[in-house]
Design a protein around this ligand. Structure first.
Ligand code: ADP
Length: 581
């Protein structure tokens, strides 16, 4: 359906008002004029009747019909009004236009009937006598409250009707002129009213289409003018904001495209909303390919990547996810954003293939160097021990120094070998059922002599029905050896307490000692490779600085975690949590 514009709608309503009110007004005016004229004539006729009454009063009392008729004829001709005199019984005794004898009884005529009741009578009707529409006025003539006759004056309405029709015609022409004028004025006003509105509508459409240069040019001072000014101001603001947003967007696009990292933003339906060339190249796609709007799995099929996305969606964040795509390795980080109620997943992929390769090479080098060094070191140690038997004095002292350093080097080399094996994941975990009670009694046994030597006490607290857990017994034993070794090494008096706890899905192992403790500022770093709180003391005690880093590696490989609590000079507590399965 064709839409009717505001101008024509407005025009139509005003047109309706004009077309209804102007003719109605004309009709009322015409009727009012007619009524006024009839009233005027009525009053005249009444006055004339009164005059006639005064002239004829005596004749009426005398019932002198001839005289009455004569006077009536005479006066009637002079004033141009028909005068009729009727007796109380309705008989006509005088008439200025007809012979009374030829006239029928008038008692039933409405005006006469009224006058007979002693009231003023009036009627407009067709006269059968003179064959015209007439206005009749009848007044009763009384003598001491007795009706002696009725005087009726009447005039044909022809004259009034002629006059009224002239006036009506004039009213009609005026009405027509007024309607035409009204319509023209209406047309003008409607156009003037609709013009700025349609201009505003056009501008709004242009703005909606993105043309912010458009302005409304009305100079009106009313609400429409205010609306136009407000619209212009709003457009200016939009233009400014749009320019800002565009610049920001361009900046973002430039940053994104210059990034070597792959960036992808997914909406809540896992569809790509933003990406860069880096991500496309990871997917093996040319940079010209449009992938926005597609599901991520349509462009990148990778279980690692899917896991990363799932993790981000479940936990709101995912860090340092290793993602293998083809022969490349990426480090993936993701976060969930809640912009304007929309959940978006932002993922950044960093190519670490080269770093991984170098790390691998380094581990391999360290592993083979350690391996190669172990044989000659063991040989040196063996020969030193043999030599020790045959010498005394200063030479023996030197040999002991050589032996101590050789021991340290052997320790270092085996720790390095273990660590590089762990890092290179060369030796995969051999998961089996583990009875921790057994492992701990083995480990405690290893340190039996040392403990005795230092006069320390080792206590193992383990619940009766402690569950069997899953893990690699060789590595876990290594963890407890390292921790117990440290606890004994750094404790001069008191002892070491090993306590095991069993909870729903995990077990907790606490190894605490009453040793020198670890200052707060070192706590976060002691798990780093070669990190020692006191280098000299650690070396003195045969430490390598690798023990805790091996421990951390093994615990993490078992999906567990390790924490440390300590009060320097008082105690240290290492807490390991391991999942049961
Ligand atoms: P190290 O072979 O030197 O003992 P670790 O990696 O095992 O190397 O430990 C790192 C550092 O943490 C140690 O040098 C020591 O300062 C501190 N440390 C570890 N365990 C304890 C402990 N039980 N009490 C006090 N200090 C400790």
């Amino acid at each position: 359906m064709q839409r009717v514009g505001i101008m024509w709608r407005q025009f139509f309503y005003y047109f309706l008002i004009i077309i209804v009110t102007v003719p109605t007004l004309a009709l009322f005016t015409s009727r009012e004029i007619r009524r006024h004229h009839i009233n005027q004539i009525e009053t005249n006729l009444k006055h004339q009747a009164k005059l006639v009454e005064e002239t004829l009063y005596q004749f009426l009392l005398d019932e002198d019909s001839d005289k009455i008729n004569g006077v009536v004829n005479n006066i009637g001709k002079k004033i141009g009004t028909r005068i009729t005199i009727i007796k109380p019984d309705g008989e006509v005794v005088g008439d200025s236009e007809k012979k009374p004898e030829s006239m029928e009884n008038h008692a039933t005529r409405p005006e006469i009937a009224e006058a007979l009741k002693g009231k003023f009578g009036k009627s407009i009707r067709f006269s059968a006598t003179v064959k015209k529409n007439m206005l009749y006025i009848a007044i009763p003539v009384k003598q001491d409250n007795n009706l002696v006759g009725i005087i009726r004056t009447s005039l044909p309405l022809k004259e009034i009707e002629r006059l009224i029709s002239i006036i009506n015609r004039r009213i009609f022409y005026w009405t027509l002129a007024l309607i035409v004028f009204g319509i023209l004025l209406n047309l003008m006003f409607s156009r003037a009213f609709a013009k700025p509105i349609s201009e505003i509508v056009q501008s709004t459409k242009k703005i909606a289409e993105g043309d912010f240069t458009t302005r409304v040019s009305t100079k009106r001072k009313d609400e429409l003018g205010e609306l136009a000014t407000a619209l212009n101001w709003m457009t200016e603001e939009l233009q400014r904001l749009f320019a800002e947003v565009t610049t920001e967007k361009e900046e973002l696009a430039t940053i994104l495209s210059s990034m070597v990292e792959g960036v992808v933003v997914l909406d809540s339906d896992a569809k790509i909303v933003l990406t860069n060339d880096g991500f496309k190249s990871i997917c093996g796609l040319p940079s010209s390919e449009t992938i926005v709007g597609r599901h991520y799995w349509e462009v990148l099929r990778s279980t690692d990547f899917k896991q990363l996305i799932d993790e981000v969606r479940d936990r709101g964040k995912a860090e340092a996810f290793e993602i293998h795509i083809g022969d490349k390795i990426y480090l993936g980080n993701g976060t969930l954003t809640h912009e304007k109620g929309k959940k978006e997943t932002v993922v950044v992929l960093h190519d670490i293939t080269e770093i991984k390769r170098l790390n691998q090479m380094k581990s391999e080098f360290v592993a083979s160097a350690s391996h190669e060094l172990r044989t000659p070191l063991t040989a040196i140690k063996g020969f030193v021990e043999t030599l020790e038997e045959g010498v005394t004095g200063e030479k023996q002292h030197f040999l002991q120094i050589i032996k101590r350093h050789t021991d340290r080097m052997i320790n270092l080399v085996s720790d390095l070998l273990l660590l590089s094996n762990l890092e290179a994941k060369e030796r995969k975990l051999e998961i089996e059922n583990i009875d921790l009670r057994e492992i701990f009694s083995n480990v405690i046994n290893i340190f039996k002599d040392k403990v005795k030597e230092k006069g320390l006490k080792v206590e193992l607290v383990i619940p009766d029905e402690f569950p069997v857990i899953k893990g690699d017994s060789f590595f876990l034993e290594q963890v407890f050896i390292n921790l117990l070794d440290n606890a004994i090494k750094y404790t001069q008096q008191g002892g070491v307490k090993i306590e095991l706890f069993d909870s729903d899905r995990q077990i907790k192992i606490e190894i605490s000692d009453t040793g020198i403790g670890i200052p707060k500022e070192h706590l976060s770093r002691i798990f780093e490779r070669f990190y020692t709180v006191d280098k000299a003391r650690s070396r003195e005690l045969g430490g390598t600085g690798l023990g805790l880093s091996i421990v951390k590696h093994i615990v993490l490989a078992h999906n567990g975690k390790i924490d440390v609590e300590s009060e320097p000079g008082k105690d240290s507590k290492f807490i390991i949590t391991l999942p049961k399965t």
